[in-house]
Write a protein that binds this ligand. Structure first.
Ligand SMILES: C[C@@]1(CC(=O)O)c2cc3[nH]c(cc4nc(cc5[nH]c(cc(n2)[C@H]1CCC(=O)O)[C@@](C)(CC(=O)O)[C@@H]5CCC(=O)O)C(CC(=O)O)=C4CCC(=O)O)c(CCC(=O)O)c3CC(=O)O
Ligand SMILES: NC(=O)C1=CN([C@@H]2O[C@H](COP(=O)(O)OP(=O)(O)OC[C@H]3O[C@@H](n4cnc5c(N)ncnc54)[C@H](O)[C@@H]3O)[C@@H](O)[C@H]2O)C=CC1
Length: 215
């Protein structure tokens, strides 16, 4: 499996199952997508503002749910293996992405795995163990969380910097060297934690040292 980032803005994600797992997946996708969760009962959990529909579809009703909601991704998170299998086959028949939460191997085209994810602003790191050990993914996620502190602010700062250097017509080689010097600079990182403007000043000094007056 190869990790890719998928933009779910404007898309629908359909979740079957309202237990802790359905709730976790609903929260994950609700930050971008419209999420609909179908289940006969819902755990006392945060569903991220997802729409909840209290029903227990039989296997032959699953296709109708896909047709009515037209999802980009379906999550099979019930405790009924036969229902989850039907969710998978109906999704596959329609070319819709599917996440089976009750399996970890034997994947086919269109199968997606939800990785453990750390975010800081626009920076995102995701961890998967190829389905072998979700507990390890979670543990590693907790370990690297602190590593990402201020990475979002660094992405903002250097994003603006590379736009400015491009506008000013600085040669590509020098742009590359300047941006690399900023992301590797400990003083810039230190100031990011204290406020964006001091960090930007420090970054400007680093850039001047690399680019000089000569474009
Ligand atoms: C294949 C996958 C499919 C998918 O869901 O996409 C899958 C499948 C299964 N998980 C199971 C169990 C657990 N899952 C977790 C936790 C997480 N599981 C997540 C993803 C994935 N889980 C995908 C693979 C990811 C990878 O490649 O590593 C995370 C990372 C993302 C998320 O869900 O948000 C999230 C951590 C989020 C975070 O904290 O950052 C814990 C830990 C806990 O609960 O404390 C346990 C108990 C401990 C254990 O068993 O390891 C079982 C057995 C069920 C049973 O025995 O009945 C199956 C089914 C099977 O393995 O057959
Ligand atoms: N991928 C993952 O991260 C993990 C996956 N699992 C797997 O995910 C499954 C769900 O886990 P939990 O949420 O803890 O289980 P749970 O038993 O708490 O919840 C199951 C949910 O499915 C609903 N349901 C049952 N029949 C349904 C139907 N016909 N249509 C719609 N909803 C229906 C139930 O009402 C309930 O809301 C487990 O069976 C297990 O195999 C378990 C732990 C982690």
């Amino acid at each position: 499996m190869i990790p890719l980032l998928h933009d779910f803005a404007g898309e629908t994600v359909l979740v079957f199952g309202g237990g802790p797992v359905g709730a976790r997946k609903a929260r994950r996708f609700a930050r971008e997508a419209r999420v609909v969760v179908v289940a006969p009962e819902f755990a006392d959990a945060d569903f991220g503002g997802a729409e909840r529909v209290r029903e227990a579809p039989a296997p032959d009703e699953v296709g109708g749910w896909l047709d009515r909601t037209d999802p980009a991704l379906v999550v099979a998170a019930t405790d009924d293996g036969a229902l989850n299998a039907r969710v998978e086959s109906e999704a596959r028949g329609r070319g819709v992405l599917v996440n089976r939460t009750d399996e970890h191997g034997g994947r086919d085209a269109g199968s997606v795995v939800v990785p453990a994810t750390v975010r800081d602003g626009d920076v995102v790191v995701s961890i998967s163990t190829g389905g072998a050990s979700p507990a390890l993914s979670k543990h590693l996620r907790e370990r690297i969380e602190s590593e990402l502190a201020d990475a979002g602010a660094m992405a903002d700062l250097t994003g603006e910097l590379r736009d400015r250097l491009q506008r000013e017509g600085v040669a590509p080689e020098k742009r590359r060297a300047a941006v690399r010097s900023v992301v590797e600079n400990d003083r810039v990182w230190k100031h990011l934690g204290e406020g964006a403007s001091k960090a930007a000043q420090e970054a400007d000094a680093v850039v001047d040292g690399v680019v000089g007056d000569d474009p």
